[in-house]
Design a protein around this ligand. Structure first.
Ligand code: SF4
Length: 343
């Protein structure tokens, strides 16, 4: 494994990897939140990335200051990308985190380049930019400040409550450009959360973050993802989650059913076999032919969530007012998402 030659005591490694401008430094921190985690600090060559043309995502440019994610969601689609670094898509993805320490400096430089066209930039679309590492490395304040100073539109998708640390910066940026934030909250069952998303803030905390952002006047939606077949898709579970999303004052909710691409697939199905063995045949039937659940199932879940969103008033109220809203009967579709993402 090409990272094995890196010293873990803060000394620079002898050889640079071809992916990065300078050699890496491997570091560990003996604090409870980082126990068992190794950070590889690197100087990236570039930071604003163009999404490949074949991608089905509605954004063209991204910034990803980290690779790997200590949030450790079993279903994370980004797991496969760790293999490009010669790391594995399982435990390495959760515990060997690449940190592009020059991210903020590069963003400022690339935004100032004459060839840059001021396109909207999406963050948190590969791994979470507000994962625990951000508490130590503090890359995002510099990144947001650079975007603010260039009045460059951007969006952030996260499960991390640490985004509240940067609330003032986000509000400043929103005064000069379009800023969109989405929290990723697929369900609110806390027992399941501990098992399937063990490194993330609890779902209720994420919704509090949404409420705080809305309280500050920032747009904030919820990507209700992933919806896990037979685990979080009952009418009762969907209704409970959407009700809490409405109470948080989310501007919109976008449902997304679990998809299982290689990398995530093996890791998630191992978890499923351990925690819910009876469901394995049903998942095999559902995902036996590919990464996506059957279209009819996806359409039914989307319809149910949209109806619930309309009933609970998602997108129509402030956090406080949303708590009082329970309008019955038909209502318009949920507001269009500012950002449709992959998490
Ligand atoms: S789904 Fe998001 S928060 Fe979870 S491990 Fe992947 S990147 Fe991190």
């Amino acid at each position: 494994m090409r990272w094995d030659n890196l010293r873990l005591d803060g000394e620079p490694a002898a050889a640079a990897t071809p992916l990065f401008a300078r050699g890496a430094i491997g570091r560990t921190f003996d604090t409870p939140e980082f126990r068992g985690v190794t950070f590889f600090e690197l100087h990236a060559r570039s930071i604003i990335n163009r999404v490949p043309g074949a991608s089905r995502v509605p954004f063209q440019w991204t910034i990803n200051p980290y690779r790997g994610c200590t949030h450790a969601c079993t279903y994370c689609f980004a797991r496969k990308t760790h293999e490009y670094l010669d790391l594995d898509a399982g435990h390495d993805f959760d515990s060997k985190i690449v940190v592009k320490v020059n991210a903020a400096e590069l963003v400022r430089k690339e935004l100032a380049a004459p060839r840059w066209g001021g396109h909207p930039i999406a963050m948190g679309t590969n791994v979470d930019c507000y994962q625990r590492a951000e508490g130590r490395y503090r890359l995002m304040p510099g990144v947001i400040a650079a975007l603010r100073d260039a009045a460059n539109p951007f969006s952030i998708l996260t499960k991390g409550s640490m985004i509240l640390r940067d609330l003032d910066l986000l509000a400043e940026a929103a005064e000069v450009t379009d800023v969109g934030v989405s929290l990723s909250v697929g369900f609110t069952d806390e027992e399941l959360w501990r098992s399937v998303e063990p490194g993330t803030p609890r779902p209720g905390r994420r919704l509090e973050v949404c409420a705080a952002l809305r309280g500050r006047g920032l747009p904030c939606g919820v990507l209700m993802a992933p919806i896990l077949p037979y685990l979080t898709d009952s009418p009762r579970a969907l209704a409970g989650t959407v009700r809490q999303i409405a109470e948080a004052g989310a501007t919109h909710v976008v449902p997304l059913v679990l998809h299982l691409r290689p990398g995530a697939r093996e890791w998630f199905l191992t978890w499923l076999a351990r925690e819910h063995p009876k469901l394995v045949p049903r998942y095999r039937e559902m995902y036996g032919r590919g990464a996506y659940a059957p279209k009819a199932y996806q359409a039914r879940i989307t319809r149910e969530v949209e109806e619930l969103a309309a009933r609970h008033g998602v997108g129509r109220s402030s956090p406080a007012a949303a708590r009082r809203l329970r309008p019955p009967g038909p209502a318009p579709r949920a507001a269009a998402p500012e950002q449709l993402t992959l998490l």
